[in-house]
Design a protein around this ligand. Structure first.
Ligand code: DGP
Length: 112
């Protein structure tokens, strides 16, 4: 997607603090961190949100969780939250599927 912000980060057209990368996924620091540790886990393939994926993408979706787990393990996180906002009503502002990984402070439940 030519004008997608996160696709542009993947292509290195916009700078980001990338902390992990493989063939399928990118993990980088959120520009507006909501916790001491706040990274975004994204697929390199463009999906607007989880609703734009299908059962055929199950392996790729699993890879995103694996990337999140690797980051958490390497960062020594014993607890963290992994969350995806899907749709404006849920707070999604960037239309490229992404999981927020937040850690380093007490978390509330349910989230607001
Ligand atoms: P959401 O609101 O759930 O769609 O999350 C989008 C996140 O993306 C939000 O926490 C801020 C982050 N973000 C927006 N623009 C940029 C950017 O240019 N660079 C980085 N690293 N993060 C961004």
């Amino acid at each position: 997607m030519a004008d997608c912000l996160f696709c542009r980060i993947i292509r290195r057209e916009i700078p980001a603090q990338i902390v992990q990368e493989d063939e399928h996924a990118l993990v980088f620091r959120d520009i507006q961190p909501q916790a001491p540790t706040h990274v975004l886990v994204i697929p390199k393939k463009h999906f607007g949100s989880l609703l734009d994926t299908s059962d055929a993408d199950a392996v790729l979706l699993g890879r995103l969780q694996a990337a999140a787990r690797r980051f958490a393990a390497e960062a020594g996180l014993s607890s963290f939250r992994l969350v995806a906002n899907n749709g404006r009503g849920a707070g999604q502002s960037v239309d490229h599927l992404h999981y927020h990984l937040l850690a380093g402070r007490a978390m509330q439940w349910p989230p607001g």
